[in-house]
Design a protein. Structure first.
Length: 225
């Protein structure tokens, strides 16, 4: 029996170029495996804040579509998100979450918490699980403490208390993070560790490249680097 797919028109799909920033997911189209690759994103938690970092390359199959793809988005003045997956899907998720975070602030007259943004995102992803947003996200921020959450395309939500990485280069980044992370490190050391882990992934993962995008999130707000 032929493997089926959730896409209604597979022949049309094969003729369309779709940009992916993903972590190595296979889909079956007419019994052929198509590998969609790209991206390395990193999140690090220390006592004074959260570091989010990513490279800037977007791929379309084996074509480098751009080396200047934005993959780090500010959701509020103290919460940010990194993306990997389908560009269109991730951008739509960012738009939905930014709008809802702003609505929460207006209705409740106070900023939304990092946990609430993460749960809101997880709910939005879970609602679309049958036709999922192809995404793997990191949400980091500071409310009463620094917080980091990782989410997959089906809405699974995990709070990370040290570090996390997503994307095709994440296995390389994890090697650097595991070797050098310490809960006692300061923000400058965490920033350097994030840079080193992304650099390592860029050297060994063909789908990761371009400039490093980075944000330092503390109780004072987001500082982009």
């Amino acid at each position: 029996m032929k493997n089926d797919t959730s896409f209604s028109n597979r022949n049309t799909l094969k003729q369309i170029g779709i940009i992916f920033l993903y972590h190595g997911v296979y889909s079956m189209i007419d019994d052929q495996k198509i590998l969609k690759t790209g991206t390395t994103t990193v999140g690090i938690v220390v006592k004074d804040g959260v570091i989010l970092a990513t490279e800037s390359q977007a791929t379309m199959g084996y074509l480098v579509a751009t080396t200047k793809a934005p993959k780090l988005y500010e959701i509020t003045d103290r919460i940010a998100m990194t993306i990997s997956g389908s560009v269109a899907d991730c951008q739509q998720v960012v738009r939905i979450i930014k709008a809802n975070a702003k609505l929460h602030e207006l209705e409740c007259a106070k900023p939304i918490s990092v946990r609430a943004v993460a749960r809101l995102t997880a709910n939005a992803l879970f609602e679309q699980r049958l036709y999922p947003y192809i995404s793997q996200l990191l949400i980091g921020g500071y409310d009463d403490a620094p917080r980091l959450f990782s989410l997959d395309s089906l809405g699974s939500l995990i709070e990370e208390f040290d570090f996390s990485a997503t994307g095709s280069g994440s296995v390389i980044a994890y090697g650097v993070l595991e070797a050098e992370y310490s809960k006692d490190m300061n923000l400058d050391a965490a920033k350097e560790l994030a840079r080193k882990s992304i650099e390592a992934a860029r050297r060994r993962d063909a789908a990761s490249g371009g400039e490093i995008q980075m944000a330092i999130i503390t109780k004072k707000g987001i500082k982009r680097i």
